[in-house]
Design a binder for this molecule. Structure first.
Ligand code: S3P
Length: 443
């Protein structure tokens, strides 16, 4: 258990400057895992070097692949081929990361080996049954702690069976785990999503030469049907990781709510399944300009010019949640500084993130004098264009609650403290430095 690292943020001048946030977390995990399942050498640049991703790198090495760092964000992975993982000598520790753990459960489920999956206290509280059930249908065997939690001992299938899977909740982690296990199965593995979730796994699999078909599914084509032909030979390709929109969200909202601010965020990934926050902030009246939209590493990216401005409350539909599932804590901060009510609908999944993020977000606002309610699965913030601040935010081992709390303190009347900023390093190493470089006052 590491020591707690409290930190406070207070009002200072406007935020100014041009920065690039670290590489996308989702793509970074997938780059390491697919690189490890490909045959030969895969070069990655811009890899996020946060604790979550570094734990995934350690796991692929423990499973027999090589992952070597050659410089800042520059990595080379040597893969062992689909189904080629070796049995690890020790248990695999995924720290705080649900993505690393669930994706690797899928990757290991297609190999005839046994591995123990574990994580920190936060990850040990998160549901794993949702992923173990389809993996058991594929032929893996799993032994978990009570109620399907970690630690989990997983024995991969000797003869993996291709399945048709309809995830009970919209989750890219679930979809990805099944697709990764399906790589080892003969025939077609199909995932039918009622609502589309981030599509990085399917895109990267296709980039590595697998046959993956993606078709619209369901009402208004909001869902997707993903079909993967099993047992491909994955051919490694160079991967350039774009800047993470979920990390960019923090300086972005900070600039919007801090009077006089004008910042540029370089090379932010604009994948449509990741940018629900930009749509929502646009509806609230924020000024976010997309400059030089281009394609990098197979993803659309843009530089974002963000200026401070007045926000109004909005109704955020539940259908948008998959495209901004990690952004609700920081949206709730923006909503606190808006005029009027913001209702964020359909947030049940937030209860099983790194913390019970629905409760933690509401508590963060409340302790800082903002009127907030949880109504069923909705979060309702009654914004007054200002926040009193003065609270100490309980972060519950959750990096996004810690960053959201600190951003709130930049514009609230009294400073805001967070009880532990240590977990920020899981997804956004250098957050404090980047923010103070823009003019934030963190002590
Ligand atoms: C992720 C999927 C999301 C998200 C997480 C990253 C991924 O989780 O919250 O931060 O990379 O697939 P769920 O799939 O559980 O919604």
């Amino acid at each position: 258990m590491t020591e707690r690292a409290p930190l406070s943020a207070r009002r200072a001048g406007p935020l100014k400057g041009r920065v690039r946030v670290p590489g996308d977390k989702s793509i970074s995990h997938r780059a390491l895992i697919l690189g490890a399942l490909a045959v030969g050498k895969c070069n990655i640049s811009g890899l996020l070097e946060g604790d979550d991703v570094l734990n995934t790198a350690k796991a692929v090495v423990a499973l027999g692949a090589a992952a070597n760092r050659h410089g800042d964000g520059e990595w080379e992975v040597r893969g062992v081929g689909v189904g080629g993982f070796a049995e690890p000598a020790r248990s695999l520790d995924f720290g705080n990361s649900g993505t690393g753990c669930r994706l690797m459960l899928g990757a290991v489920a297609g190999c005839p080996i046994t591995a123990i999956f574990d994580g920190d206290a936060s990850l040990r509280r998160r549901p794993m049954r949702r992923v173990l059930e389809p993996l058991q249908r594929i032929g893996a065997r799993a032994n978990s702690a009570e109620d399907g939690r970690l630690p989990v001992t997983l024995t991969g299938a000797d003869d993996p069976i291709p399945i048709v899977f309809e995830p009970p909740v919209p989750s890219a982690q679930l979809k990805s785990a099944v697709l990764l296990a399906g790589l080892s199965a003969p025939g077609q593995t199909v995932v039918i999503e009622r609502e589309a979730t981030r599509d990085h796994t399917e895109k990267m699999l296709a980039y590595f030469g697998a046959a993956v078909r993606v078709e619209p599914n369901g009402d208004f084509g909001r869902g997707r049907r993903v079909t993967l032909d099993g047992q491909p030979e994955l051919v490694p390709q160079a991967i350039v990781v774009p800047a993470d929109p979920s990390s960019a969200a923090f300086p972005l909202v900070a600039a919007i709510i801090t009077a006089g601010s004008d910042i540029m965020l370089d090379g932010v990934m604009m994948n449509p399944l990741r940018i629900g926050l930009l749509t929502t902030l646009g509806e609230m009246g924020a000024s976010i300009e997309r400059i030089d939209t281009r394609t990098e590493g197979g993803e659309e990216v843009a530089d974002l010019r963000v200026r401070s401005g007045v926000l109004r409350g909005v109704d955020v539909p539940a259908s948008r949640a998959p495209a901004m599932i990690d952004e609700y804590p920081i949206l709730a901060v923006a909503a606190s500084f808006a005029e009027g009510e913001t209702r964020m609908r359909g947030l049940k999944e937030l209860r099983v993130k790194e913390s019970d993020r629905l409760a933690a977000t509401a508590a963060m606002l409340r302790i800082n004098g903002v009127e907030v309610e949880i109504e069923g699965d909705d979060l309702v913030v009654r914004g007054r264009g200002r926040a009193p601040g003065g609270g100490v935010v309980a972060t519950h081992m959750d990096h996004r609650i810690a960053m959201a709390g600190l951003v709130m303190g930049l514009s609230s009347e009294q400073p805001v403290s967070v009880d532990d900023a240590g977990f920020i390093a899981t997804s956004f190493p250098g957050f404090g430095r980047l923010m103070t470089g823009l003019g934030a006052d963190f002590t």
